[in-house]
Design a protein around this ligand. Structure first.
Ligand SMILES: Nc1ncnc2c1ncn2[C@@H]1O[C@H](COP(=O)(O)OP(=O)(O)O)[C@@H](O)[C@H]1O
Ligand SMILES: [Mg+2]
Length: 242
């Protein structure tokens, strides 16, 4: 379980998080929505311990993330994949070498086992045919799938998805949503998904929370949120939203 409780964070002169409380139970996809600049990515950075709260607590399975030392943070990041916007691949490494990066960082596996794990992750995202290609020569959807394979290669219990469909067309987005659902259902991974997309939120999510002024303004199950008359729920999830 991921739990943020009453988290405050100021960056520069701006109070970005101001009393944010958010719980992601095991096995669930929690969708975090909110206006641009509202602190969604900052929230994810707190969960993996890149940022520390000024006040409040951040725990993963009861462990206090901001108090972790380097070794504990490394162990946490092995259990927690992170899918960056646009996949964030390194252009001069092949798809397979990009996917292998977290394994090289976190473990000393024999080459044959490392290769097996990489190809297993690539198969999950249906990208094994592109293992030897370089990122500049593959499509946006393939980059994102490679980024997802990289997030999954350590067999994490959690994956944090930062805008997994930004810049993708609806058809490719739909493929990504199906993969995110499969990662939850088949691999049992717990997800925290940041997105602006109504389709992503309603297809992949179990619960949705909308961040505004540093805390969740409204939260509920997908069904509750789709039918909510809260103005933010209507803006992000109503009929006119995309
Ligand atoms: N490391 C940082 N230092 C200063 N300001 C930051 C930093 N990271 C993010 N911010 C600011 O915090 C606000 C929230 O950022 P972010 O979480 O990236 O928004 P979003 O909800 O769009 O993901 C933005 O105004 C951003 O400029
Ligand atoms: Mg962001």
């Amino acid at each position: 379980m991921i739990e943020l409780r009453d988290v405050y964070k100021q960056l520069g002169t701006r109070q970005i998080l101001a009393g944010l409380t958010l719980t992601v139970p095991k096995g669930m996809n929690f969708v975090l929505m909110g206006p641009s600049g509202s602190g969604k990515s900052v929230t994810l950075r707190h969960v993996i311990g890149i940022m520390k709260p000024d006040q409040g607590t951040v725990t993963v399975d009861g462990q206090n993330v901001p108090a972790m030392d380097r070794a504990q943070l490394m162990a946490l990041r092995k259990r927690m994949g992170y899918l960056f916007q646009n996949g964030a691949l390194i252009n001069w490494l092949t798809v397979a070498d990009n996917v292998a990066l977290p394994l090289r960082e976190h473990s000393r596996l024999p080459k044959s086992e490392l290769d097996d794990r990489v190809h297993q992750a690539l198969r999950v995202v249906k990208l094994d045919h592109a293992a030897a290609q370089f990122p500049p020569s593959i499509s946006g959807g393939m980059k994102l799938r490679a980024g997802l394979a990289r997030a999954l290669v350590t067999n994490p219990e959690y994956v944090l998805y930062d805008e997994p469909n930004a810049g993708l067309d609806p058809i490719i987005s739909h493929e990504i949503h199906e993969l995110i659902i499969e990662v939850r259902n088949r691999l049992g991974v717990t997800g925290l998904i940041v997105t602006h997309s109504r389709a992503c939120a309603t297809q992949c999510g179990d619960r949705i929370g909308i961040l505004e002024n540093g805390k969740l303004a409204v939260t509920g199950t997908v069904d509750e949120m789709v039918h909510s008359d809260h103005p933010l729920a209507r803006a992000f999830l109503g009929g006119g939203a995309d």
